[in-house]
Design a protein around this ligand. Structure first.
Ligand SMILES: NC(=O)C1=CN([C@@H]2O[C@H](COP(=O)(O)OP(=O)(O)OC[C@H]3O[C@@H](n4cnc5c(N)ncnc54)[C@H](OP(=O)(O)O)[C@@H]3O)[C@@H](O)[C@H]2O)C=CC1
Ligand SMILES: N[C@@H](C=O)C(=O)O
Length: 266
């Protein structure tokens, strides 16, 4: 599987931490050349240097803030100017914000929608135009187990991930005639900086490794699946809850996620 994109170029967003680093490493070990993007340039450069020397691949680094609506055009222009044909686009960058909705920072919530949804649509549109012309290309989109139901106290995040899942599943079907594969990767709790960034450090038990999640996603994409849930327990949870009334599922999620300490609620 890791050789599926050998000698081709992949663009990985959110490549400075967590699942993005694991995806980059997995692809590099299979001989895929990489365009790495995120805000933290120092981390991207260190990763690019390590992967280039370890796996003898080619790398490019494009620092960009996807909360800026102009960023996808900038990334796309960079790859075109450098003559890079992106055969695999990985929309991985994303973040959450834990706490009671009315007290969360409004700007941060709007940025979340921009990064987790609008930037995903924008980048996908830019690169799919080329892929359909070539009748070749693959897209992986990071959704979540949070995509399958509402999650009170991280409601906006769960809604963005529901968007990502449905967007990917719809495109997967639409793009079949062009020979283009699209897959939503749905991890449950995963070891990364996600929970610290979201301010949700109490939910990191039973987290999978980012490496396992990355492998699961790439294997599913190469196998032509339109979505994959990483981990059997997560799979059973996401599908099992469909047998339960939605109201009850949401109420149970609220009980699990309700902040213990009011001061930590936003
Ligand atoms: N960890 C988990 O439990 C789960 C994570 N996911 C999803 O996986 C994806 C990766 O998250 P994960 O690796 O866990 O989290 P991390 O916080 O470890 O990594 C997030 C990545 O996204 C990048 N990013 C965040 N904001 C921006 C921005 N404004 N512009 C550009 N890049 C940005 C970060 O880079 P930088 O800060 O340098 O910009 C970083 O590289 C996300 O989409 C998340 O929703 C899904 C399910 C579970
Ligand atoms: N599914 C997760 C995030 O998306 C989590 O369990 O934290």
């Amino acid at each position: 599987m890791r050789e599926a994109w050998s000698g081709k170029w992949a663009l990985v967003t959110g490549a400075s931490a967590g699942i993005g680093v694991a995806l980059a490493e997995e692809l590099a070990s299979g001989g895929t050349n990489l365009v790495l993007t995120a805000r933290r340039k120092d981390r991207l450069e260190a990763l690019a240097e390590r992967l280039t020397s370890t796996y003898k691949i080619r790398t490019q680094v494009v620092p960009a803030d996807l909360a800026d609506p102009r960023a996808p055009e900038g990334i796309y222009a960079f790859t075109r100017e450098n003559g890079i044909e992106v055969d695999l686009l990985i929309n991985n960058a994303g973040f959450g914000k834990y706490g009671e909705f009315p007290f969360a920072d409004k700007q941060r919530l709007l940025e979340m929608v921009q990064v987790n949804c609008a930037a995903v649509v924008h980048l996908t549109h830019l690169y799919l135009r080329e892929m359909t012309a070539r009748r070749r290309g693959d897209i992986l989109i990071l959704a979540s187990t949070a995509s399958f139901q509402a999650v009170p106290y991280i409601s906006t995040y769960a809604a963005t991930k529901a968007f990502d899942l449905l967007f990917a599943e719809g495109l997967a079907e639409e793009m079949k005639p062009y020979g283009i594969r699209v897959c939503a990767l749905c991890p449950g709790s995963t070891q990364s900086e996600f929970h610290a960034v979201a301010g949700q450090e109490t939910f990191i038990h039973r987290a999978e490794s980012a490496q396992k999640v990355a492998r699961t996603g790439l294997r599913a994409l190469a196998g032509g699946k339109s979505y994959v849930i990483s981990g059997l327990g997560n799979y059973l949870g996401a599908h099992g809850e469909r047998l339960v009334p939605r109201r009850l599922v949401t109420r149970t999620a609220a009980r699990l996620f309700k902040p213990k300490d009011k001061n930590r609620a936003c």
